[in-house]
Design a protein around this ligand. Structure first.
Ligand code: 2AM
Length: 173
C-alpha cells in the first residue's frame, strides 16, 4: 500500500492573493458574530466549479482540459452578504457578469468532455465566510469589494488540512 488515496476531492476556484484575502477578512469582520464556525483565513476562496471526489489518475486529464480554457479577464463585484439555508453558510457574494459566467461554462464543458461525474449546481458566486449558520442573520451593509481576476486555480480539499492550490492558469483569450 502506498497510503495514497485513489480519489482526490477537487474544485476550481478564484484564489485571492494576500491583499485580497485581507479585504475579504475585513468584510467578514463586519458580521463577526454570525457563527463560531468561521472559515479559516487561509481557506477563503470563490468556487467556480466543484468536482468533488475524482479518480486520482484523472488529474492529468483534468489539467489538460483546463489548459484549453480561453476566457477574458474580469472583476468580481462582491457587494452583499447572503445565506444558504440548506448548506447553512453565510457568504460574501455578488452578481455573475458575462465573462465570469463564460469561464464557469467553459470549465463545465471542458470537464464534461472528460466524462467525469460531478454535480452541476446553478452557479451563485460566493465566498463562504461562516458555516453552521442555522438562521437567517441580520446583515450589515458593506463596502463593495472589486476583485480583479487574472487567473483561476485547481484546488484540492484534504480533510483537516488547508486547501492546496494544485495549479493556476492565467486567463487569456
Ligand atoms: P460552500 O463554500 O458554499 O460550501 C470546497 O468545498 C468548495 O466547494 C466550497 O466553496 C464549497 O461551497 C464548494 N462545494 C462543496 N460541495 C459542493 C457542491 N456539491 N456543489 C457546488 N459547490 C460545492
Amino acid at each position: 500500500m502506498s497510503g495514497e488515496s485513489s480519489t482526490r476531492r477537487l474544485f476550481f476556484a478564484c484564489w485571492p492573493d494576500s491583499a485580497m484575502r485581507e479585504e475579504i477578512i475585513k468584510r467578514r469582520q463586519l458580521i463577526s458574530g454570525t457563527s463560531r464556525r468561521q472559515v479559516p483565513d487561509h481557506n477563503l476562496h470563490l468556487t467556480l466549479l466543484f468536482l468533488g471526489n475524482q479518480p486520482a489518475d484523472r488529474l492529468a486529464d483534468i489539467c489538460s482540459a483546463a489548459d484549453s480554457i480561453r476566457n477574458a479577464e474580469f472583476s468580481w463585484h462582491l457587494d452583499r452578504f447572503g445565506w444558504f439555508p440548506g448548506a447553512r453558510v453565510a457568504w460574501l457574494g455578488g452578481v455573475a457578469n458575462k465573462p465570469s459566467r463564460s469561464l464557469v461554462r467553459g470549465l463545465v464543458s471542458s470537464m464534461r468532455s472528460l466524462d467525469l461525474r460531478f454535480d452541476e449546481r446553478a452557479f451563485v458566486p460566493h465566498i463562504t465566510l461562516f458555516r453552521q449558520v442555522a438562521r437567517q442573520p441580520e446583515f450589515a451593509a458593506l463596502p463593495p469589494l472589486i476583485w480583479p481576476i487574472e487567473s483561476f486555480s485547481l484546488i484540492e480539499s484534504i480533510p483537516a488540512r488547508p486547501y492546496q492550490v494544485l495549479r493556476t492558469w492565467p486567463l487569456k483569450l
